[in-house]
Unconditional design. Structure first.
Length: 178
């Protein structure tokens, strides 16, 4: 059998959970490299008055890895029922331990979730105000993956502005090339 045809056929046969899991693992390597470089002496840095501080942004990038639980185990997120307090980290080791813990939990969830779960509706709300309802397959793509990419890119810009060499994401970065 032609290898290209076989590989293409496997892509269409692969379960959504497997496809997402492979992408999730690949992206986690990139995220971890970036989080390891967060300058803990500059956590209050903001490139603009409307920007999140670097410390909050780096924690947010890590905490997005915990959202898979919210999206695949539960059928809604109601901000009115929560008492979310952002975590604050003072060392890269603390930040990376938090990230690694959420990563491991999400890998387990993605490894065990049924394919039927992705078809179920998921709702984000604040009490009676519904922000959106859509299939979990869309929620994990937009809210867990694309949202991560957006904030990880922001983190890279912050670090570039602080003159911190940026590791490559999908190949070498300008810093990797010297």
């Amino acid at each position: 059998m032609n290898f290209q045809l076989y590989s293409l056929a496997n892509i269409y046969i692969m379960k959504l959970s497997q496809t997402l899991l492979e992408e999730f693992k690949q992206e986690s390597v990139v995220t971890r490299k970036l989080l390891a470089l967060v300058p803990m002496d500059k956590l209050d840095y903001k490139p603009h008055e409307k920007s999140m501080p670097l410390g909050r942004l780096s924690t947010h990038v890590a905490e997005i890895y915990g959202w898979w639980k919210e999206c695949l185990i539960h059928d809604e997120l109601d901000f009115a029922k929560g008492d979310f307090t952002p975590k604050v980290f003072h060392t890269n080791e603390e930040l990376l331990n938090y990230f690694d813990d959420l990563l491991a939990k999400s890998i387990k969830i993605l490894s065990e979730v049924s394919e039927e779960e992705f078809d179920k509706p998921w709702t984000m709300r604040q009490g009676e105000m519904i922000f959106f309802t859509m299939p979990k397959s869309q929620v994990v793509r937009t809210w867990c993956m694309n949202h991560l990419f957006h904030h990880r890119a922001q983190l890279g810009v912050y670090m570039r502005l602080l003159d911190i060499p940026i590791p490559g994401s999908y190949g070498p970065s300008a810093d990797d090339q010297g």
